[in-house]
Structures are given as C-alpha cells and as structure tokens.
Design a protein around this ligand. Structure first.
Ligand code: NAP
Length: 477
C-alpha cells in the first residue's frame, strides 16, 4: 500500500478483517493521516458531515457535525491503532518506483528505505497531495514568509501582521475566517469567486452524543440522510442538472443575507453555473469579508514586490506574509512515483493523454494493481472515505476471485477498460463541471480525469463485485 491516509489505513484494516495479514503501508510522512496530516492550517475542517466522513466499520463520537482537522487526524490514527494495523505502517518511507516482474509475478518496489516485494500493489496517494503555487513574478524577492495552506508555517506568528491570502477556494474560505480576528489586515486576492451553501455547522451536545452512542441506529439514520443528500447533489451535477437552479437560489440568498454592500455582493457572485467549481460550504466566509480589516481584491494578482502584492490593475498593497490557498496539482495522481507495468510501459506514458482507469481502480497492462481514490472517483459531492471503502471492496472481490481460481495474476481486460472509458467520456460531457468555468477537474485539453459522472450509489453498485469477463486471471507459475 502506498500512502497512509484514509485510503492506506482503511484498506489495511479491511484486509486484516478478511484475514490478509501480510500488509505493508508505506507513508512518506512521519505519521498516518494523509491529507489531514498535511493540512494543519487554522480552520481546517471537514466539509462533509462527519457521520459520512468516517469508516462505516468505525463510527465515531464526533464533537461537531463537521469535525475539525485535528479530530479527524486523531480518528485515523485511532482506527489504525484500534484495529491493529499501526505497526504495518512504515512512516518516513517514500515509494519512489514500482515495477512489475512478469517472471515472479510480483511488484518490485524501490523505497527510500530499500527494496520491497509485493504480490499486490495498492496506491492510496490521494488526488490532492502536491501543493500548487503559481509562478508569480517577484515572489523570490518578497521579504516576508510565504507558504501554502498545505504546508502551514506554525512557527510564523501572524498576529498583528498584514497578510495577503491568495485564492478563494475551499482552503481559503476556511483559513481566512480563522486568522482574520488576529491579523492587522487581511487582503484576499480572488481570481474568480465560488458558489457557496450554508454549512450549518454546530457542536454536538453531550446529550446528543450520548444518544448517538446509546442508539447506534440514530447515528446510522443520520449517515443515511447525509448519504441521500450527497447522492442528490451528485445527480444534480451530472444527469439532473435541472435541480441546480434550486441550489443556486440558496447560494444567492446566502450572499445577500450576509453582505449589504452591492459592490461586494457583485464581486463574490459567480457568473458561471452553480456546481461547476467545487461548491463550498461555509457559515463565516461572507461575514469575514465585511470586517474592517479585510479587503477583497477581485482583480487577481499580477506579481509580488519585496514588500507587498500587486493586483492586476497595478495597485500594490503592503504585506508582511503571503499565504497561498491556490490548490493542488490534481491531474497527476501517483506522481512522482514511477510505476512500470507488464510490457515495460510506464503509467505516466499510459496516461500521457489523460489518466484513466477502469472504475477508477485498475489499468490494463498493470496487473495486480489497484488505485484507491484513483482517476474519476472524485465528485463535487460525496465522501471520499465512502469512495475508498467501495474501492477496497472491489480489491477484496478481486483477491477472493484470485483465491477461488488459484491465480497469481489478475488484470483488467483492455476491452472492459475501453468500454468503460467510452461510457465515462459520454457521461462526463453532460456534467456541470464541463459547463465552461475554470476548475481543478477539467484539464487544458478539456479532459476531466478527476470526477465520477454518476451517483455514489452507482459507484457502490458497480464496484461491489467483479463483472464476469472484466478481469483476466492467470494461474500460479
Ligand atoms: P482550489 O479549490 O483549487 O482553489 C484554489 C484557489 O486559488 C482558487 O480560488 C483559484 O482561483 C486560486 N488561484 C489559483 N491560482 C491562482 C493565481 N495564479 N492567482 C490567483 N488565484 C489563483 O484549492 P483548495 O481550496 O485547496 O481546494 C482544493 C480541493 O480540496 C477542494 O475543492 C476540496 O475538494 C478539497 N478541500 C476540502 C476541504 C474540506 O473541507 N474537506 C478543505 C479544503 C479543500 P480560480 O478559481 O480562478 O482558479
């Protein structure tokens, strides 16, 4: 397993529960947690209700409806410990390359701690693990600290400082409200605004938490409700786009309720279709923008000077620190790890046009390899934790099939992968993500390697079992 986040930990536990004991998880960081280990910026929190943003086999007593980052990090670590897989995680160990050896039918891994051999390779690297900082002119000459939200500098005290926050995506709308009360000035540089909905976050009272614990069906009922709403959103973004104007109305209402200044309202109101960029859930972003020490600069950034940031109209504003909330390299998936398949082809070249995998999970030419949260398994809705569990379910189905057939090799057929790809492209073409805005899903050639264009129930249904004929098995050598 490559990656010790929700994917690596969840898969290790689910494999163990099925009796697979010989599992090693390689994690390049110093502890498990994945994206929640990396993103420690103030205000980091889940934006999917926690009763769905948890493993179905490990319900938790959360403190809030949308739990904060440190609590999620502790949860992942707690699950790894409780289910006895923490000792299977090799931290501070990066997998640099993996090569399939047809002779022995094994994956040969090159890690920072030496070689390793495996029958099955599972990548669980996440889609958003490589921070992206735009190459702004003059950035290297800026006099103060500069950092990305995913690499937060806890040694830098922002209290009383003039801070330039660049970007207005999901990370920015969490970090901005969290630091605004302490900084002297917060200049928010927006390139294009995003649609939002009210988050409705709240603490769970002791009584409610006790009720969820005492009557687990209440917890499951709430989870089912969240799931149904996320599935409805998935349908709205894909096949039922007629639903989107209803959501848009709520977004417009949220803006007008929080902002009275017509100019600011205009600046934060997107002109593209609701859902095209990831919809952001927030209760405090718009109120923050109305504070005296906050300015929203909607012209975007032109460059950086030694003492400040210059917007696209040429106006320079002084800054003591720059925070980039500018997102991630989202189209590279397992990079920089190099994976070489059965005919010597690298995954990078197989994905030269666009990253694609059968059900987001397997690639022809790469036997005994499964990708968790792989290509086209994201969405503008849904819980990645649930997506990961479905992926592991598919992996387990494949392992069972190998055992049943006495096989040492399993590979998705080219025909199954190509049929799926055709179906996927046709479905993606009708989604809101392709409706003309700039988002982190669609690449410069118009391909979307990130999103699943159907509902989450469909993902669960399609990944649960292997479709007869989709995979080719070969016996032991
Ligand atoms: P993002 O959504 O990709 O947002 C990046 C922001 O930076 C956008 O506003 C973008 O503007 C702006 N930007 C990029 N380059 C710029 C430039 N050169 N000049 C000015 N602005 C620039 O990244 P993110 O906020 O880190 O979120 C990424 C994803 O992570 C989210 O969609 C979500 O799936 C996930 N996330 C989840 C949570 C959670 O609560 N669970 C929290 C944070 C993130 P444009 O819109 O114009 O491109």
């Amino acid at each position: 397993m490559v990656g010790g986040g929700f994917g690596g930990v969840g898969a290790a536990v689910m494999l163990k529960r099925e009796g697979y004991e010989d599992v090693t998880v390689f994690e390049k960081g110093d502890r498990v947690g994945g994206v929640w280990r990396a993103n420690t910026y103030p205000g980091a929190a889940c934006d999917i209700p926690s009763h769905l943003y948890e493993f179905s086999f490990a319900p938790n007593s959360w403190s809030r409806r949308f739990s904060p980052g440190p609590e999620i990090r502790a949860y992942i670590e707690g699950v790894a410990r409780r289910f006895g897989v923490l000792d299977r995680v090799r931290t501070n160990t990066e997998v640099k390359a993996a090569e399939w050896d047809e002779e022995s039918r094994k994956w040969r891994l090159e890690t920072s701690a030496g070689p390793h051999e495996a029958d099955v390779l599972v990548t669980a690297c996440g889609q958003l693990s490589v921070p992206k900082v735009p190459p702004l002119t003059g950035l290297e000459d800026f006099g103060g600290p500069v950092f990305h939200t995913a690499e937060w500098r806890h040694d830098v005290d922002l209290a009383g400082k003039r801070v330039a926050l660049i970007g207005t995506g999901c990370s920015a709308i969490q970090v901005g409200p969290a630091i605004q009360p302490e900084v002297a000035q917060l200049d928010v540089y927006q390139r294009s605004p995003g649609w939002t909905l009210a988050k409705g976050d709240h603490e769970y009272s002791g009584l409610l938490r006790a009720a969820f614990r005492r009557f687990p069906f209440l917890h499951r009922l709430d989870r089912a409700g969240v799931y149904a709403f996320q599935d409805l959103a998935a349908a709205a973004f894909t096949r039922r786009r007629w639903l989107l104007p209803l959501f848009r109305m709520l977004g417009v209402r949220q803006i007008s309720a929080a902002i009275s200044d017509p100019e600011l309202r205009r600046k934060v109101t997107p002109s593209y279709e609701f859902g095209c960029k990831r919809v952001m859930l927030t209760d405090d972003w718009y109120p923050t923008l109305t504070r005296d020490n906050v300015e929203l600069i909607a012209e975007g950034v032109d460059g950086v000077t030694p003492s400040g940031v210059r917007d696209a109209t040429g106006v320079e504003r002084p800054a003591d620190a720059i925070v980039f909330a500018t997102g991630f390299a989202s189209h590279e998936f397992v990079a920089p790890m190099e994976i070489t398949g059965s005919d010597g082809l690298s995954l990078e070249s197989a994905w030269a046009e666009v990253a694609r995998a059968y059900l987001g999970l397997s690639v022809p030419g790469f036997p005994n390899m499964f990708l968790l949260y792989g290509p086209n398994t994201n969405g503008g809705s849904g819980s990645v934790v649930n997506t990961i569990e479905c992926g592991v379910g598919h992996l387990l189905a494949a392992l069972r099939e190998m055992e049943r057939a006495g096989a040492s090799r399993i590979e998705v057929t080219r025909a199954a992968a190509e049929d799926f790809d055709r179906e996927l492209r046709a479905a993606l073409a009708g989604t809101v993500w392709q409706s003309g805005c700039h988002n982190w899903y669609v690449d410069e050639n118009g391909n979307d390697p990130n999103n699943w264009p159907w509902t989450w129930s469909a993902f669960r249904r399609r990944t649960r079992e292997l479709v007869p004929g989709a995979y080719e098995l070969a016996g032991a050598r």
